[in-house]
Unconditional design. Structure first.
Length: 280
C-alpha cells in the first residue's frame, strides 16, 4: 500500500460528516462517553479527556476514576464524576487509559472494558497493560465493537515488543503491523501522526506542530476520538477527523500567538470546538 497524506482540503470530507444538529434533537442524540482512568494522583488526565469529549459535542460525559472519584469537576461541573467500581461500562463509548495506572484493579478494569459491548478508545496505561498481556491482546482483536488505539512511539514499541528506534524508523509499517495484529484502528502519535487500519490502509496527518509537545495533549486527543464515536462516526473516520482537528486547533492557536511555546492541553479544548464549528 502506498502511504497517503491527509491534506488540509480533507476539511471538506469532514464537513460532510459533521451534520448540523437537527432542530428536535436532544442530548441522547449525541451519545455518551465514559473516560476511564484517573488512578490516585492522576485525576487530571481523565478530566482533560472528558472535557475534550464534551466540547467536541458528546451528549453526556462521565469521568470515571479507578480509585476515589472527586464529587465533581469544579472547572467543568457538566461532567459526571464516578468511581469505577459498579460503573456500567456497557452504556457509553469508553475512552480507557488516561491516568489509569498499572495497579491490579486497573488490569481488572481493562478486562471489563475489553469484554464490554461498547466502542473503545485505548490510550496510555491501557496500552501499557495490554502490551504485557497476550490474552488481552487476543480479546481486543476479537472485539465485535472494534477499537481505536492511540499509542505514542514508546507505547507502540512496548506493544510491538521492539525498540522505539525501530518504530520511528518506519512509522507507517509499525502502525500497520499493530493494526493488523490487534484488528484495531491505530493512531501512532508524534510529528506526522500515522493512522492505520487492519486492512493496511494508512494515512499520515499533515496538521499539528510542536506546540503539542506538552503534557495532556494525548488525553485531549483520546477524548476527541471517543466523542466522535459517540456521535455515530465510524471508527476509521473518527480517528482521521480527530487527529486532523486536534492538529488544526494547535495550528490556529500558534497563528494567534498561543504557542508554540507554553500552549497547555486545556487550551486546546475550546480551540478544537472552534475548529469543529468552523467546518459545519
Ligand atoms: N508535532 C505534532 N504533534 C505532536 C508533536 C509534534 N512535534 N509532539 C507531540 N504531538 C502530539 C502527538 O501527536 C499527540 O497527539 O501531541 C500528542 C501527545 O500525546 P502523548 O504523547 O500521549 O502525551 P500526553 O498527553 O502527555 O500523555 C499523557 O499518557 O501516554 C502517556 O506517558 C504518557 O503519562 C503520559 C500520559
Ligand atoms: Mg499519552
Amino acid at each position: 500500500f502506498p502511504s497517503v497524506r491527509l491534506h488540509l482540503n480533507e476539511a471538506r470530507f469532514f464537513a460532510r460528516k459533521l451534520k448540523t444538529r437537527r432542530q428536535n434533537s436532544h442530548k441522547g442524540s449525541y451519545g455518551n462517553v465514559a473516560v476511564v482512568g484517573g488512578a490516585r494522583g492522576m485525576a487530571g488526565a481523565p478530566i482533560l479527556a472528558a472535557r475534550s469529549a464534551l466540547h467536541a459535542g458528546a451528549g453526556r460525559v462521565f469521568a470515571v476514576f479507578a480509585d476515589d472519584a472527586p464529587s465533581y469537576d469544579s472547572g467543568q461541573p457538566e461532567l459526571m464524576c464516578r468511581a469505577a467500581a459498579g460503573f456500567d461500562l456497557d452504556s457509553s463509548v469508553l475512552v480507557l487509559g488516561p491516568g489509569l495506572g498499572t495497579a491490579p484493579q486497573s488490569v481488572e478494569l481493562l478486562k471489563r472494558a475489553v469484554a464490554s459491548a461498547s466502542a473503545l478508545v485505548a490510550d496510555a496505561d491501557a496500552l501499557n497493560l495490554l502490551a504485557a498481556d497476550a490474552a488481552l491482546q487476543a480479546a481486543v482483536a476479537q472485539r465485535g465493537a472494534g477499537c481505536i488505539i492511540t499509542p505514542h512511539p514508546l507505547e507502540a514499541a512496548r506493544l510491538l515488543g521492539c525498540a522505539i528506534t525501530a518504530v520511528q524508523a518506519d512509522r507507517v509499517a509499525a502502525a500497520r503491523t499493530l493494526a493488523a495484529r490487534l484488528r484495531a484502528t491505530v493512531v501512532l502519535k508524534g510529528s506526522g501522526t500515522v493512522i492505520a487500519a487492519p486492512d493496511g490502509d494508512a494515512v499520515i496527518n499533515t496538521t499539528g506542530n510542536p506546540a503539542l509537545a506538552t503534557a495532556g495533549t494525548g488525553d485531549v486527543l483520546a477524548g476527541l476520538c471517543g466523542s466522535l464515536l459517540a456521535q455515530g462516526w465510524p471508527q476509521w473516520e473518527a480517528a482521521l477527523a480527530a487527529v486532523w482537528l486536534h492538529g488544526m486547533a494547535a495550528d490556529v492557536l500558534v497563528t494567534d500567538g498561543v504557542g508554540p511555546i507554553g500552549l497547555t492541553a486545556g487550551e486546546l479544548v475550546p480551540a478544537i470546538r472552534a475548529a469543529i464549528n468552523r467546518l459545519v
